[in-house]
Design a protein around this ligand. Sequence first.
Ligand SMILES: C[S@@+](CC[C@H](N)C(=O)[O-])C[C@H]1O[C@@H](n2cnc3c(N)ncnc32)[C@H](O)[C@@H]1O
Length: 259
Amino acid sequence: MHLLAAFALFLDLGSALLVAFIPTLLWVLTSPSRVFRPRNISQFFMAKTWETFGDAIDERDRVDKDKLIAPNAYGVVLDLGAGNGHAIPYLDTKRVTKYVAVEPNALMHPKLRQTADKAGFTEANGSLLILGCGGEDINTILQALGGTHSIDTIVSVMALCSVPDPQKTARVLAQEALKPGGLFLFYEHVLSPRKDVQWWQRLWTPLWVRAFDGCCLDRPTHIWIDEIGGWSDKAVWGNADETEENLFLHRSGKFVKAA
Ligand SMILES: C[S@@+](CC[C@H](N)C(=O)[O-])C[C@H]1O[C@@H](n2cnc3c(N)ncnc32)[C@H](O)[C@@H]1O
């Protein structure tokens, strides 16, 4: 692997530090006890970074997300790790009846709610539900949804990279929250098929996890979702314009749960 490609992520880290380091430092200094809550510090840093770069990253991935989400998502949609709501503009409001956002970073909720409201999903008319828990908190999710098998479409855009136990979380959401016949749509950066790239992904992951609220570079998420089983149809595809040496190699997937 070329060293330039192996170290390319430091450009992203540098840009994030430029916009988020000082605000994060000031945030900690205004209440020094925050220093004992590293997860909250990482969430603040992540929220600041996504506030600045989220739109550009969405623009970069527009073609892939358009192909994946717009023609497929329907009914009650659960957006795992919804962030600022970047998946919302891809939803066809004639086909999507309710938008359920699972987003544990409460600092992202105001922007998320604003984006949802703009698309017509509101708490007032019952078409919006924002849950502040993690995707792994299945009991809270099922309770809020009023029981099992009430979701028509799960959307996960660069979220399973950050969930603490992604295999279990994806499996439980697919088996308990998703309706028979429902869709699991994902767009995730994943572990490379190349051993040399994997080596670098594993090297950088402990650093990346700390800066970006748990985000791992070395997860074969597309394979894990396949391994859940119980699918009647499935398709996984890559980005034509990504090189094999990309540390953030993406995979899109559309899995249909057996009816
Ligand atoms: C890279 S951002 C992607 C946000 C959004 N999906 C998008 O495409 O803009 C990852 C998101 O996963 C969220 N996240 C972190 N831990 C999570 C968990 N345990 N369950 C669900 N989401 C989580 C983060 O708060 C963050 O909003």
